[in-house]
Design a binder for this molecule. Sequence first.
Ligand SMILES: [Zn+2]
Length: 156
Amino acid sequence: MTGEAKRKRSIQALQDRLEDIHAEGQGVWQISIYGLDAVVEVMAAALAGSKTATGIALALEHLSQGVIRSGRTAEPVMCLLCDSAFKQERMPAAWILVHARRDDPTHAAGHGVCSNCLHRYPDMNALGIAITDYYRANAISDLRLLPPISEPGGIA
Ligand SMILES: [Zn+2]
């Protein structure tokens, strides 16, 4: 399969998942970006007993395992913003978690962003805007931003 075909297939899967999230949250999403520092903080909070952090840590672990498994196949997990393929020796530099902004959401999506893409943006706000633009272009055309996006849960 070509890179283009792989990307089309992953966009279709993404669209299906995002539509579920969109319906569940009645259009309001929470998009969280976890760079390596944030992952360490989440793990520490999980070890200290935070239920929320434990949930996030489990989601990140699930995503990591998916990258490792897929890296051994012909259909590796790709960077959300470019055609870089991930594998165990080349893990995402940041993780994106998306879910409906409500208590106890049941649908979620997760993505990796490569270090090239992460460093293309001056800060997490700019990366958040790029990710929102990607979702808007590829899945939910009427996605809007609620300011300020630097606050937790500020992207919707
Ligand atoms: Zn990338």
